[in-house]
Write a protein of this length. Structure first.
Length: 100
């Protein structure tokens, strides 16, 4: 499946991210690669002892895989971010994140 069309210049709020649908790929332990229309994120799932950070990354899924030093990830499908991650994610996105 091709990558999601993204606008890497647009800013967004936390609620924008929570409301969007994203493609989730699990990279074992707490690490997920999350593709959204706002950009790609690295989510550290607290269910696997992650810190619930949701960090904007400038990588595609293949590059992320190499940076994690694993050969592949496991697709977890498309989900609304808030329903899959919960409302308490800590988004780290520099100047692209607008206050609510």
């Amino acid at each position: 499946m091709p990558a999601m069309k993204q606008d890497k210049t647009v800013s967004f709020t936390k609620q924008d991210i929570l409301n969007c649908f994203a493609k989730f790929t699990w990279f074992w332990a707490a690490d997920f690669f999350v593709e959204t229309t706002f950009g790609n994120f690295h989510w550290k799932d607290p269910d696997y002892d992650g810190d619930n950070s949701f960090t904007l990354v400038n990588q595609d899924c293949g590059q992320f895989c190499k940076s994690m030093n694993v050969e592949f990830g496991r697709s977890k499908g498309f989900h609304e971010v808030e329903r899959y991650c919960g409302p308490d994610i800590n988004i780290i996105a520099g100047n692209r994140l607008r206050p609510e």
